[in-house]
Design a protein around this ligand. Structure first.
Ligand SMILES: [Zn+2]
Length: 283
C-alpha cells in the first residue's frame, strides 16, 4: 500500500504541529517563487505529514501577499495528495459562535488582488469548482472533529474577502443576506489552486469572532480573536490527529483527475517553458 501523505496548512495561531516527529525541514523551489515558509515533513502517529504555516513563522505574511501558487505547487511537488487547511474565521450565523468549528462545502470568492490559477497565457484550462472542496475528505474531517469533542457544523459557505481589514458593518450584513456561514481571507484561493493541482482539499474553519454584524457583540478586535484562536488551535490539533487515524476510511474521490481534461489550448501552441514548469501539475 502506498503511504498516505497528508498536507496541513496552518492559519492564524497554528504555526507548528504538536508532537510531529520531524524528518526534514525543506525549502521547496517552485516556478512561482518561494512558499510561505520551509515545509516541515514528519510523522504524526506513524503517518507522513507535511506542514506549512500559511502566514510564515511569526505571522509575517498578510493574506493578499501569500504566495498561494508557490504553497500549493510545493505541496504537489513533494507528493501531498490531500490538504487540510486549518483557518480562523468569523461566524456569520447566530448558531456559529466563537469556539465552534465549521467544515464548509462551498465558497464565495470576494478577493480581487491575487492570482488564483496556475494557468497562464499560452496554456488555458478550466476546472470545475461546483463542489470546491473534496467532499470525501470533508466528511471524514467532520467526523474527526465530532470525535474530538468539537462543536462542529457540517457544510456551509465560506466567504473569502481580500482583507487584511475585517468587513464593514454594511458588508457583513450584505454577506449574511447571501446566506454565508463563515468569513475568512485565504481559503478560496487555496481551494481553486488545489483543484487545478489535483489535490484533495478540505477546510477546518475555527470560529474566533462574530465579524461585526452581531448587535450584542462589540466589533471584532484582534485581542478577542487571538484569545479564542489559542483554544481553537489546541482542539484543531486533536482533530488532525483524529483524522490521521481515519485516513484509510476516506471514500474514493476524483479530485486527482480534476485537471485531466481541463486544458483547452492546442498542445502544440503551449510554450515549452510553461509545459516544463507545469508538468508536475498537468503531466
Ligand atoms: Zn478528493
Amino acid at each position: 500500500m502506498t503511504e498516505k501523505f497528508l498536507g496541513v496548512i496552518g492559519g492564524s495561531g497554528l504555526y507548528q504541529m504538536k508532537d510531529l516527529e520531524v524528518i526534514e525541514d525543506i525549502k521547496v523551489d517552485t516556478p512561482f517563487g518561494s512558499p510561505s515558509n520551509n515545509i516541515v515533513i514528519g510523522k504524526l502517529d506513524g503517518v507522513k505529514l507535511a506542514f506549512l504555516p500559511r502566514h510564515g513563522i511569526g505571522h509575517v505574511i498578510p493574506p493578499s501577499d501569500i504566495n498561494f501558487r508557490a504553497n500549493i505547487f510545493a505541496m504537489k511537488k513533494i507528493g501531498v495528495e490531500r490538504i487540510i487547511s486549518v483557518s480562523a474565521v468569523g461566524g456569520m450565523k447566530e448558531n456559529m459562535p466563537p469556539g465552534h468549528f465549521v467544515v464548509p462545502h462551498q465558497f464565495i470568492d470576494r478577493t480581487y488582488k491575487r492570482i488564483s490559477t496556475f494557468f497562464a497565457p499560452g496554456m488555458v484550462g478550466h476546472v470545475s469548482m461546483a463542489d470546491p472542496v473534496c467532499l470525501a475528505t470533508a466528511g471524514t474531517l467532520f467526523k474527526a472533529a465530532q470525535n474530538a469533542g468539537a462543536q462542529v457544523h457540517e457544510g456551509g459557505t465560506y466567504i473569502c474577502i481580500e482583507g487584511p481589514q475585517f468587513s464593514t458593518r454594511a458588508e457583513s450584513h450584505l454577506y449574511r443576506q447571501w446566506g454565508v456561514d463563515v468569513i475568512g481571507m485565504t481559503n478560496v484561493t487555496e481551494a481553486k489552486l488545489a483543484r487545478e493541482a489535483g489535490i484533495c482539499y478540505s477546510t477546518l474553519a475555527l470560529v474566533t469572532d462574530f465579524d461585526c454584524w452581531h448587535v450584542e457583540e462589540e466589533p471584532v478586535t484582534l485581542e478577542a480573536v487571538l484569545e479564542i484562536m489559542h483554544k481553537n488551535v489546541e482542539q484543531a490539533q486533536k482533530v488532525i490527529r483524529g483524522l490521521i487515524s481515519m485516513l484509510e476510511n476516506i471514500e474514493p474521490c476524483s479530485c486527482c483527475e480534476a485537471a485531466k481534461f481541463a486544458v483547452v489550448t492546442d498542445p502544440v501552441k503551449i510554450p515549452q517553458k510553461l509545459k516544463g514548469e507545469l508538468s508536475i501539475l498537468f503531466g
